[in-house]
Design a protein around this ligand. Structure first.
Ligand code: ATP
Ligand code: MG
Length: 359
């Protein structure tokens, strides 16, 4: 069976280097391998509203920003289908049906949702947790299953969502005695660090936390963000510590041997630099200078392509519109099967059956 790939992002801001190593690079890799039946990329605006209900303009404005980031990293509309969640009504319908298969304690046990509730202060705010926010993993299950996706390229914060989706699939297929829904698995980066890249402040890099290096950042902004990374105070000759060292975490995620040749020829690769740093004698300023070059080298071509793409917004809107049309066809087909399995397709057979029953 060929893969059906689905993944997505919330239009809550421009995409950052955490998205790049955690998910976007994997998507481009899968796209270029071409070993799939279809690949969908969903801009999850409904999900973005679950914690931005009072700020729909933010969500509206970021749809194009996210599309620009997608195309700038090399995702190709000829090979993947881009679509907009709120314009595929089958997704909302599926969510309603799946909600009956999940309990409240199960929803609140989700470790990612738990930490996001804390992060957003919903737990100590008098108004409490928006139901839509607590239950967004169910809507994610609808997104995945609507396209019968089996492979989901994501960072490891999404693993609990994938598990929840599998549980819903099993429960649905068992309850309604069908096999119309398909089980999925995540496709994680092979480099552990890239599964959950920290922000410049050590928490997970996240649009909502203001700790991001964006794929659209200018060189001077990248420089000042890299320079703001905290380092452990020490004398130059004292051994450098790698544990919890954000600059080295970024080097692990982004530096290549070519970067060493170009910007730090004293060393052939990161392992050699790490060994020397741990012995002492290399200052954190030197490391940050090298890291600046690495980050600028990584981001500059993406940023430049993004600028070029932004000159023709109409084409980008057309790509999203066409993709959303195609996505509707897929999702409506699944919704039809789901309703059939549940016996809630009130068609001619239903009419006949009821008329006969009362005649
Ligand atoms: P928000 O703060 O609005 O939740 P976010 O920055 O967490 O935004 P999402 O749109 O929630 O971004 O995540 C989209 C995808 O990017 C998911 O697959 C997620 O796993 C991945 N991702 C997000 N942040 C990181 C990160 N710091 N490291 C690796 N992957 C990440
Ligand atoms: Mg998130």
């Amino acid at each position: 069976m060929k893969n059906i790939i689905l993944t997505g992002d919330r239009p809550t801001g421009r995409l950052h280097v955490g998205h790049y190593v955690g998910s976007l690079k994997q998507r481009v890799l899968l796209q270029n391998e071409g070993n799939y039946e279809s690949m969908f990329i969903l801009i999850a605006d409904i999900q973005a509203l679950t914690d931005n209900a009072g700020n729909p303009q933010k969500v509206r404005d970021n749809i194009i920003e996210v599309m620009l980031d997608y195309l700038a990293v090399g995702l190709d509309p000829k090979k993947v289908t881009f679509c907009l969640q709120s314009q595929i009504s089958a997704l909302s319908e599926l969510t309603m049906y799946y909600m009956n298969l999940v309990t409240l304690p199960r929803v609140l046990r989700n470790p990612t949702v738990k930490s996001e509730i804390k992060m957003r202060g919903f737990d100590d705010n008098e108004e409490g947790i928006p139901v839509g926010f607590a239950t967004y993993p169910i809507s994610q299950a609808a997104d995945i299953t609507a396209f019968k996706a089996n492979l989901i390229p994501v960072g490891d914060d999404q693993e609990p969502m994938i598990e929840q989706t599998r549980e819903i699939v099993r429960s649905f297929n068992r309850t309604y005695n069908t096999n119309c829904l398909v089980e999925c698995k995540s496709f994680l980066p092979t480099n552990n660090i890239c599964m959950r890249l920290p922000g410049t402040d050590n928490a997970k890099m996240s649009k909502s936390l203001n700790n991001c290096i964006y794929l659209s950042d200018e060189d001077d902004v990248i420089k000042s963000k890299v320079n703001s990374i905290k380092s452990f105070p020490r004398l130059l000759n004292e051994p450098g510590v790698l544990d919890g060292n954000i600059a080295f975490i970024y080097l692990d995620a982004f530096s290549t041997n070519d970067h060493f040749k170009k910007y730090y020829p004293e060393f052939n690769n990161l392992n050699e630099l790490k060994a020397a740093y741990q012995k002492g004698g290399i200052g954190d300023g030197t490391i940050k200078k090298f890291l600046c070059n690495v980050m600028i080298d990584t981001i500059r071509p993406i940023r430049e392509k993004r600028k070029e793409l932004s000159k023709d917004i109409k084409s980008i809107l057309d790509i999203l519109e066409d993709g959303t049309k195609k996505a509707n066809e897929y999702a409506n087909k699944t919704l039809f099967e789901v309703k059939n399995a549940m016996g809630i397709n009130y068609d001619e057979n239903f009419k006949k059956e009821q008329i006969e029953k009362y005649s």
